[in-house]
Design a protein. Structure first.
Length: 255
């Protein structure tokens, strides 16, 4: 709520949580200076691709910033994403990892702000904000593997490749496979480092039983040079939603 630039709207992509989450979202709706919408579907296993598609379909902004729900964003996060956006590109950012002990202190309110030098922050180079270094890194640095917790896209580019592939079941690889189809469609990755700072709260790992089959599907997309999935975003789009797209940005929280 302390961002230097606010999005036009916030969408919570909720993969089947219960009433306690709805109460939190309701409170957030009441205090947010921008519209908040809760996009929910019933709990039927890990269906991250589907709920993200539903939130993207419901969004009204031209540019979509996607984060996981377990991130704490530095106050310039959205501003940095908007400055880094370019037509014909999608953006992949990074995050610093917070230890379990520090996470408990943050959630209890004992600690109310985070910095790269704090004890308990791993991958601290990912939470240093130096805008000039961001330009140099993008120009001369290596391409990094995408992380779905911190990404941004033009909405029309997602429509072009049909969003997330809902044939991915369980945890893993749906983010990387989407990026393959974007790249195959000449929509290029821009790696953002030293900007768009986010801290990742500690939590137990998700159950990963579907990982092997998802990895194979990801590799198939590389091998076949896929540009579009069959079971994707178009399942949730309607003419009315497509017609009402505005000029602003939307932030999708989920995952």
């Amino acid at each position: 709520m302390q961002q230097t630039v606010m999005p036009s709207e916030i969408l919570i992509a909720d993969d089947g949580s219960g009433m306690s989450t709805r109460d939190v979202v309701k409170h957030f709706e009441n205090i947010s200076p921008v519209p908040v919408r809760h996009i929910w579907h019933e709990d039927n296993g890990f269906r991250l691709a589907a709920i993200r598609n539903k939130a993207i379909a419901a969004s009204k902004g031209k540019y979509i910033i996607q984060i996981d729900g377990d991130l704490i964003l530095q106050r310039n996060f959205i501003q940095d994403h908007m400055l880094f956006a370019r037509e014909g590109c999608f953006v992949t950012g990074s995050r610093g990892i917070i230890t379990e002990l520090l996470t408990r202190k943050v959630l209890s309110g004992e600690i109310t702000s985070l910095s790269p030098l704090m004890k308990g922050i791993r991958s601290s180079n990912n939470v240093v904000r130096i805008p000039i270094m961001s330009i140099l890194y993008h120009t001369f640095g290596p391409t990094r593997a995408p992380r779905g917790c911190n990404m941004a896209f033009w909405r029309n580019d997602l429509i072009r490749v049909n969003g997330y592939d809902e044939d991915f079941k369980g945890w893993g690889f749906e983010d990387a496979e989407l990026c393959i189809r974007l790249n195959n469609s000449e929509i290029h990755q821009r790696c953002m480092k030293f900007r768009g700072v986010a801290f990742h709260l500690h939590h137990n790992q998700a159950e990963r039983s579907g990982c092997n089959s998802n990895e194979q599907r990801y590799k198939d997309s590389i091998r076949c040079h896929r540009t579009r999935c069959e079971k994707g975003l178009d399942r949730h789009l309607t003419p009315k939603i497509s017609y009402e797209i505005g000029r602003g940005s939307a932030i999708v929280i989920g995952g």
